[in-house]
Design a protein around this ligand. Structure first.
Ligand code: FDP
Length: 283
């Protein structure tokens, strides 16, 4: 039997061109909400069905879970457990801006803590379709053209000098502590604001240029917006493998114990010095 982790990643990479193409004509809203109560786009539902069929039938896949469905699909085998955000940032479909596909491959049944991840990554549907992938503490960047996967950078790490920052949520809803931290980041003349409204696009800029992305705790939503299993754990695993840090405000995202498949968690990822400082300010 081949390695199910490799098979999952190869299947997602191969499906990327098709998902990208399938966005055309599916930019409208579906008439349904996801388990977090958000109105789904037609493309969210379509990409989820496509990945669910393909990933749950791979030998060795025990579960397929996604941000877009309340129930876990049982894959029948019990080696790896796959959590996916099929189209992260799908609100950007309307304006035709960047979005992506995020995946985490766990060695424990879901919901699982990030410490159970064995690999994670994301596809970015930018001007070029790319993939960032982490396994065994090593991050690799690829370009995806049709079915082909070409390495463009090995052993990727965050640049030492942070350049970009992007913070989600409405500013009036930020906590006082986070506001203070944001003011500090903004007042450093070596930092530039970069915010595109799709977490994966914004995090990919942090991986490329160094810096920080956060979707913090909000006064009216203390757990923030982003989902632990499908978004935050996979992102944190990759950013930590690239020598960065992740935090929910006090600890690594990978240490957060899930209580429910669709749990949310405040997400902060980026250069270690900035995340250290954030934790000091929020203390
Ligand atoms: P989207 O709802 O478009 O899928 O978790 C999803 C996400 O986008 C993130 O990609 C993005 O960072 C965030 O929500 C933006 O949400 P708000 O515009 O509601 O702040």
């Amino acid at each position: 039997m081949t390695d199910p982790v490799d098979d999952v990643v190869a299947t997602i990479a191969r499906s990327a061109a098709e998902i990208r193409q399938g966005l055309v004509g599916r930019r409208g809203k579906a008439d349904e909400e996801n388990p977090s109560g958000e109105l789904q786009a037609e493309a969210d539902v379509w990409a989820d069905d496509l990945l669910a069929d393909r990933l749950s039938s791979i030998d060795g896949v025990g579960q397929y879970a996604s941000e877009e469905r309340s129930e876990i699909i049982d894959g029948g085998d019990e080696k790896v457990y796959v959590a996916v955000d099929p189209l992260d940032g799908s609100s950007n479909l309307q304006s035709n801006n960047t979005m992506g596909t995020v995946f985490g491959i766990y060695d424990e049944p879901l919901p699982a803590p990030g410490s159970a991840l064995v690999a994670s990554g994301w596809i970015l549907y930018g001007p070029i379709t790319t993939m960032a992938y982490a396994r065994d503490g090593v991050v690799t960047k690829y370009e995806l053209t049709g079915g082909e996967r070409t390495v463009v950078e090995d052993d990727v790490t965050l640049p030492d000098d942070p350049l970009v920052y992007g913070f989600g949520g409405r500013v009036p809803h930020w906590t006082e502590g986070f506001r203070e931290f944001a003011r500090e980041v903004e007042s450093d003349p070596s930092h530039k604001l970069r915010y595109g409204g799709a977490m994966i696009g914004d995090v990919n800029q942090v991986l490329t240029y160094g810096g920080i992305f956060a979707y913090p705790a909000l006064e009216d939503s203390p757990r923030g917006k982003l989902r632990l299993q499908f978004e935050c754990n996979p992102i944190a695993y990759l950013i930590e493998a690239a020598d960065g840090r992740s935090s929910d405000g006090t600890q690594s995202i990978l240490e957060v114990e899930p209580t429910d498949l669709h749990d949310r968690v405040p997400l902060h990822v980026g250069n270690a010095a900035l995340i250290d400082r954030l934790e000091d300010v929020l203390e």
